[in-house]
Design a protein around this ligand. Structure first.
Ligand code: COA
Length: 240
């Protein structure tokens, strides 16, 4: 089943069991504003509800993946309480962290701040040679709030995560590959075919084993080894 849905800030295309989510505010480098968060939420609803969809791929329209939270919206919530309430109602980052279908980020240009953190909530990060990853928040007087302080040191060695976080300096694609932040770097012309090939490799696996193996990795990450092994055994028991 194929189909394209255009949200205000996002294109959602379901094709051959893959949902392509294209961040689409290209004139502001796909800065994540509240509307885009709502649109992402609705696109996740669509991908979750559709049993045909087995993998999601995020990408950016125009020259970048995403330059992060929309800085023109900083400080515009009516109150701290209202901002907190909005986050509680739609915990987009928490939802991605527990989303039950594999997530791939295909990154070109900038992936900064929340743009970078979105990729860290994905299972796989593929980057074109021009990609730049960074968490500039500290330099702006903030700290990351889309999970970056937690997901980055769970993805690359904690010392390197601290370096990225505290110096606020972006790293280029080859450094990202060296540090294990991305799974693949290559020419921009191959980025989406490579992302699709990754997705196809996942689609070729027995779906339930793939789902449970993914859960075993994600859900045990913060458990002491004995509990993690017990959870692994419980997940194993769900397979024939
Ligand atoms: N929020 C809102 N608008 C943004 C944005 C963001 N995070 N990032 C870029 N834009 C806008 C710019 O204001 C500019 O708009 P304009 O054309 O109306 O002036 C447009 O996107 C293009 O950006 P520009 O700065 O001209 O591109 P560049 O190639 O010279 O620089 C960056 C690219 C990413 C280095 C630069 O845009 C930047 O530093 N952006 C902010 C990144 C950031 O701090 N994000 C994290 C927030 S926590």
């Amino acid at each position: 089943m194929a189909g394209m849905t255009a949200f205000d800030t996002l294109d959602y295309e379901a094709r051959d069991r893959i949902a392509w989510l294209t961040l689409s505010r290209p004139t502001v480098l796909n800065a994540l504003n509240l509307q885009m968060r709502d649109d992402l939420w609705a696109a996740l609803d669509a991908a979750e509800a559709n049993p045909e969809i087995a993998v999601l791929i995020f990408k950016g329209a125009g020259s970048s993946f995403s330059a992060g939270a929309d800085i023109t919206e900083f400080g515009t919530a009516p109150s701290i309480e209202a901002a907190r309430q909005a986050r509680l109602q739609r915990d987009l980052w928490g939802r991605l962290a527990t989303f039950d279908k594999p997530l791939i980020a295909a990154v070109h240009g900038y992936a900064l701040g929340a743009g970078c953190e979105l990729t860290l909530l994905c299972d796989f990060r593929l980057a074109s040679e021009d990609a730049r990853f960074g968490l500039p928040e500290v330099n702006l007087g903030y700290i990351p709030t889309a999970g970056g302080t937690q997901t980055l040191p769970r993805t690359i060695p904690p010392g390197l995560a601290l370096d990225m976080l505290l110096t606020a300096q972006p790293i280029d694609a080859s450094t990202a590959l060296e540090r294990g932040l991305v799974h693949w770097v290559g020419p921009i012309d191959s980025l989406y075919t490579e992302a699709e090939a990754y997705a196809r490799r996942l689609l070729a696996q027995p779906p339930e084993a793939l789902r449970l193996a993914r859960r075993a990795l994600r859900e045990t990450a913060d458990l002491p080894l004995p509990q993690a092994l017990a959870l692994e055994a419980r997940l194993r028991a769900q397979l024939p």
